[in-house]
Design a protein around this ligand. Sequence first.
Ligand SMILES: Nc1ncnc2c1ncn2[C@@H]1O[C@H](COP(=O)(O)OP(=O)(O)O)[C@@H](O)[C@H]1O
Ligand SMILES: N[C@@H](CC(=O)OP(=O)(O)O)C(=O)O
Length: 555
Amino acid sequence: MSASLRFSAPSHSFPKQISLERQWPSGTLLSFAAFRPLNSLCISLRRCGESGVSRVSCQGGNVDVIQRDEFEAVSFGEPESQLTCVMKFGGSSVASAERMREVADLILSFPNEKPVIVLSAMGKTTNKLLLAGEKAVSCGVTNVDGLEELSFIKDLHHRTADELGVERSIVDGHLEVLEQLLKGIAMMKELTLRTKDYLVSFGECMSTRLFAAYLNKIGVNARQYDAFEIGFITTDDFTNADILEATYPAVAKRLNNDWNSDPAIPIVTGFLGKGWRSGAITTLGRGGSDLTATTIGKALGLREIQVWKDVDGVLTCDPNIYPHAEPVPYLTFDEAAELAYFGAQVLHPQSMRPAREGDIPVRVKNSYNPNAPGTLITRNRDMSKAVLTSIVLKRNVTMLDIVSTRMLGQFGFLAKVFSIFEDLGISVDVVATSEVSISLTLDPSKLWSRELIQQASELDHVVQELERIAVVNLLQHRSIISLIGNVQRSSLILEKAFHVLRANGVNVQMISQGASKVNISLIVHDNEAEQCVRALHSTFFESDLPELDRCDSAN
Ligand SMILES: Nc1ncnc2c1ncn2[C@@H]1O[C@H](COP(=O)(O)OP(=O)(O)O)[C@@H](O)[C@H]1O
Ligand SMILES: N[C@@H](CC(=O)OP(=O)(O)O)C(=O)O
């Protein structure tokens, strides 16, 4: 369980430093953030045991003594927000002036809503910014202004301003600083993760400014917000930061107060936050605007979170692999989280967490086809007829077969294997074990975000460490096919799946059923994976499953 506590102090007695007297068990202090302009202080704590903070003291200020009972009362005492829902529009939905106009019309077509709008960068701006940064490392300072990606970004944002009929000056300041930043990168011949996050932040900062200016121009009151200025506090894991608990009360306070004093549609940058130690801009991982949206939904306790995409909702598989993929009308938070975690690009892997915690329904809709019903994601759904919901493919995965040399007993063996991964900071995705052996796959998003040379040496290091206690076989170019659905019907799913795979001459190299009970993972060779997905799709989604009725009557 987690909780946040907040109290205010007059600015003259604002604490410079706080300390917790009688600490909770180690690791319970998640974050602490002070917001000077608001004269408020947020402390987030995770409760894990009987003991707790009996007192919070602040150096140099009038010390508030906060007992646990009071503390709980304060932490959940937020007044109800007048804002009603979040609407998040991804890059494809705001790729041009024309798309921005359509999005504005779409928002205004819901006159009863008082939405918070979250926007991503326009179209492929984030990719272009990253590419510009990579090129700047080696192109020389004098060549920065000739970078094709920089010209593209300038042109796109200027053209959009012109076509929307708003001043170019709205983005000019950002474009100038962006060019300076690229020159800095060229000078230093280095692009750190921290600089990468600052670099990509320009995308969201500009799209939101243009959109807010356009709404104001057509007579709709709108106010632009940079997420890193309104309390989105994160870890300092640049390019993949986690939202800290302090974010929720801070964001709620800022958006509610502004709305109450002067109502204007909030237009918030997706994807961005502020590192709690560094104070620098962080990003929430690619596709992170979904997480921004669900965080705001939970912070304000809103009725619904809408994420508007360029597809008719979450589909039965990636439409780029199989164009006959169909929309899935209903999903649970667990199914959606598993689907996202195992690689379906449509949702950010962490985005379901705030929605689930706040029990706020998430609707995935198509901004190009608003009348399509989309996908509704909720805590529970009727599973009586559900077999398979969606098939997800994660390519280019590394698999390890680790067979014990019996230097350790079974318990010690498993513990040792996992401690090696923990020490090296490498996440494991799918695991299958027997008494003396273990097969697992490594999370490519964690491993492959590092430099190529670093990856190779890290893999060597993993193998060397494991070889002290086991015989290790490293298998690269594997794919995980995740079957997301009703694992109550796992026998039916497996029977059908193996029948299809055998008919296609495919040998499954590992199988694992997730503890979440919504996912069965099959590992196959990369070059067979797409063919498997297509064959599985036609069996599960394009033909009847008469066995389902028999299962029902047997239950
Ligand atoms: N199972 C799936 N359902 C829907 N879309 C998927 C799925 N798997 C992959 N995709 C891809 O995800 C894209 C939408 O996600 P994304 O590009 O992040 O949207 P946005 O930028 O609008 O937030 C779709 O265009 C589609 O190509
Ligand atoms: N612009 C960021 C954040 C984001 O969420 O984008 P999108 O909503 O277009 O996936 C990215 O490209 O990763």
